[in-house]
Design a protein around this ligand. Structure first.
Ligand code: CMC
Length: 383
């Protein structure tokens, strides 16, 4: 007999799985804090490198600490030849997220500390993963285009170097700052699906590379990280401001999800979406006709969808706007989710390290609804 008092929490909705000091997503008030600092302050005043230090070490660095942290991150940018060979072999044959997942899972082959799970080693490995993940994304793009890999520029910031490794040209200050802000906004978001995946893997005492690989696999789907690519696809498919109303009404009538809207925790406007929208409005004047058109359409999609769905607590999330900023920076849509993953490596690593401090194997239960004690019939006697 099954216990009728057992409640199954589909999608683990409303279930707390750990205690954490890393990130607060206040879904009712539309607030987000990394280690207690508001996302607005960090996006405005910090840098991706400083945010990485904050997330990994739990506090803001002083000047000397930040400089040496940046130096170490720079030194970690290069990729082993074996990993470049893997990327080159796969480029163009699979989605960049699949290639990125494969490349990251190959990194322990080149790391003497790969299977050392003590905290110091895990912080050093986190820095390697964060730095190399950006280089991996750039390498995937270069090889996909039939171009050569560009060696990192050790003088540039993490964001500027990423754009440089992608395009082969040093970005302007405006481009670097836009990319830096995107990376800050994507760096961490508490126990979402991909972070939870990392924790499940880490809870088996597998190493940090294995756990991050699980995170990349989980981020890929269109309900999670893949929504940025899907949202841009939708904006492009709508095409013109005049088409928005009928397109969205049709989607709603057919019970289709509008990509870039809704969130399991935010029941109001995602604060990251507000910041990216500000960036979009700032670039609008300088942008070319295509980007201007995308901005026009996305703002109309925002208006129409909020009008229809705000009653259900559905508002834009950051994926609605971020793809257009990337397009302004010349980044193709199949790199949006890999860039999200590269930025999120720090959040994943911070959670893995925190979880390992008092790890417990994650092993939930299923409520079995199937049959029991069936009679096994030999294959020759089956109908
Ligand atoms: N468009 C239309 N209806 C929606 C949407 C949407 N984007 N999101 C939720 N709903 C409706 C849904 O149909 C359901 O309606 P009803 O109660 O009438 O059946 C209700 O809202 C609850 O939806 P749900 O899917 O049960 O809620 P959830 O908490 O499981 O969904 C979500 C969260 C993010 C999966 C969902 O909102 C969604 O699929 N959004 C589109 C994909 C997207 O933009 N994902 C990025 C999330 S933010 C970045 C990240 O963390 O990766």
């Amino acid at each position: 007999m099954q216990d009728s008092s057992i409640k199954v929490y589909k999608g683990l909705e409303g279930v707390y799985v750990a205690e954490s000091d890393i990130c607060l997503v206040d879904g009712q008030n539309g607030k987000l804090y990394y280690r207690g600092y508001s996302i607005e302050d960090l996006a405005e005043r910090s840098s991706y490198e400083e945010v990485c230090y904050l997330l990994l070490h739990g506090r803001l660095p002083n000047k000397t600490e930040l400089e040496s942290f940046k130096d170490e991150m720079r030194e970690d940018r290069d990729l082993p030849k074996g990993v470049l060979d893997i990327i080159k072999h796969l480029a163009g044959r699979a989605h960049p997220m699949d290639i990125m997942r494969t490349a990251v899972s190959a990194l322990p082959a080149y790391d003497k500390e790969a299977y050392d799970n003590n905290e110091g080693a895990n912080i050093r490995k986190s820095m390697r993963i964060i730095s190399k993940a950006a280089s991996i994304v750039a390498a995937i793009y270069r090889f996909e285009q039939g171009e050569d890999y560009i060696e990192p520029d050790y003088e540039l910031s993490h964001a500027a170097n990423f754009l440089y490794m992608l395009k082969g040209e040093k970005p302007t200050d405006e481009q670097s700052r836009l990319m830096d802000r995107e990376l800050i906004l994507h760096a961490e978001h508490s126990s979402n699906a991909s972070t939870f995946s990392c924790l499940v893997t880490a809870s088996t005492l597998a190493d940090i590379y294995a756990a991050v690989t699980a995170g990349i696999a989980t981020l890929k789907g269109p309900l999670h990280g893949g929504a940025d690519e899907a949202a841009l696809k939708l904006i492009i498919a709508i095409g013109r401001k005049e088409n928005v109303s009928s397109y969205i009404q049709n989607m709603l009538k057919n019970k289709q999800k509008i990509m870039g809207f809704g969130h399991r925790v935010y029941k109001t406007y995602d604060p990251r979406a507000k910041i990216i929208k500000e960036d979009l409005l700032n670039i609008e004047k300088k942008a070319n006709t295509r980007i201007k058109r995308l901005i026009e359409v996305v703002l109309e999609v925002e208006r129409e969808t909020i009008n229809n769905l705000s009653g259900k607590g559905i508002y834009p999330n950051m994926d609605l706007f971020s793809g257009i900023v990337y397009q302004y920076l010349g980044v193709p849509s199949n790199l949006f989710t890999p860039i999200f993953a590269a930025s999120r490596t720090v959040g994943w690593c911070a959670h893995i390290i925190e979880y390992m401090q008092s790890s417990k194997l994650i092993r939930p239960l299923e409520l079995y609804k199937g049959k029991r004690d069936l009679k096994y019939i030999d294959i020759d006697s089956r109908a």
